[in-house]
Design a protein around this ligand. Sequence first.
Ligand SMILES: Cc1cc2nc3c(=O)[nH]c(=O)nc-3n(C[C@H](O)[C@H](O)[C@H](O)COP(=O)(O)OP(=O)(O)OC[C@H]3O[C@@H](n4cnc5c(N)ncnc54)[C@H](O)[C@@H]3O)c2cc1C
Length: 460
Amino acid sequence: MMYKHGLIWLRRDLRLVDNQALNQAAACSQQMSVVFVLDTCILQSLPPTDQRVAFIMDAIRDIHADLVAQGSGLIVVHGDPVVAIPAIVQELGVDAVFFNRDYEPYAVKRDAMVMERVGVPVHTAKDTVIFESNEVLSKTGTTYKVYTPYKNQWLREFSSRPVVPLGELSQPVWASIPEGVTVYSDNWYSRLGFTNRQAFLPGGRKPALARMAQWASRMGGYHTYRDIPSLAHTSMLSPYIRFGCVSIRELVAMAWRYKGDAGADVWLSELIWRDFYQMIVATHPQCDRQSIKPEYDAIPWEGRSEWFDAWSAGQTGYPIVDAAMRQLNTTGLMHNRCRMIVASFLCKTLLVDWRRGEAYFAEKLLDFDFASNNGGWGWASSSGCDAQPYFRIFNPTLQSQKFDPDGHYIRQYCPELAGLNAKQIHAPQGVLAYPEPIVDYADMRQRALVLFSHYVKQTA
Ligand SMILES: Cc1cc2nc3c(=O)[nH]c(=O)nc-3n(C[C@H](O)[C@H](O)[C@H](O)COP(=O)(O)OP(=O)(O)OC[C@H]3O[C@@H](n4cnc5c(N)ncnc54)[C@H](O)[C@@H]3O)c2cc1C
């Protein structure tokens, strides 16, 4: 089938290279246009300072510039995609729409409505993951609930049919932009009412490729240093992965090139965790409302509202927790080890419903990804797939001593503790500018065990 004019709808795949939907469109369209929707359903709930908008704007500005250089431009519309996509299809007179599949509950519903209303053929492609939920199955044909067998099967599948990057498109034909159709412009910032023009990391493909190249030379030490937040020895590629400035194929191919190296192998397993959580979300669409293990929804969370406020402000009196929350609040990022510590602290020490933490992360994270966030909170609260058992409760002081032994990370984000030595800094006493612990960890651990054991039937 050859179309006269294909429309590519970019969403979480902000690049023109190695993009499955785009390649599919190029293969069967005489000419192509590209659209990005500034989605009112998402944007209306964001504060004006939200840095993800700046990150996205960087990325779409560069895409627009690339398209202008090739005689076209990036069409940008502001509205509900369910209305905006059918409208732009009509306005341009395109005869097919192409986009990459998104497995988040909101996106699945949105895309179904767009497909119903758009009035022309829609072609969707796999792009966000290496393997979709029906591609990594157990011997009995079921989806996995546990990561390690999933990973082993994932690796078997990948070894037998490696997924490779698609490379540059050869001579795509872009349609010119008709009069009256809006394209990207810097004015979008003020039109949308967002004030933060610079994200903690710049968005777009160029910085993503630079970071990837840098990471290729550091990946070797990942297995040794990845848990030490002060070393920041992780790729920091997550926002670029989230918004698709690089493709997951490019990243997996990079790790695969160094296969056998311990750092590269562990890093690849993290990318597989990402596929695992995308699969979990695709197969548990109710996870935006319910715990995957339903017994967790019966727990009467006892945590006080002021404890949640202290947690979110980085004022709990537990330095590793406070440093991590302040990192999140000031940069939009948080080291993975610290995400695990603060998540455990919120739901198993402060006994606050994990969904409040999930929502706070969703609001603040530059790399916010529904599947990884939901999976991470499910893991920490024990309510998700392949989660840690409810009776594993992180002791924040021991975690701090183990993973930030000299207190470098704590000093970076809690300057009022900078004068303490490596022994004092994990459990400071009598520092006037720093809060006393808001709860007693040992007491709360006992309370948590009683509460969880009452509602949850689980063995080690
Ligand atoms: C409570 C909680 C919430 C989280 N929320 C998010 C989120 O919203 N968005 C997000 O991208 N990650 C999330 N993670 C996973 C992880 O913390 C981040 O992916 C990681 O810290 C990003 O830093 P990096 O790019 O340097 O990672 P690296 O260590 O360099 O890992 C490379 C990539 O692998 C993927 N990855 C790594 N660890 C995980 C993991 N545990 N689960 C899924 N994918 C992983 C990410 O895409 C990451 O960029 C969460 C983890 C927890 C415990």
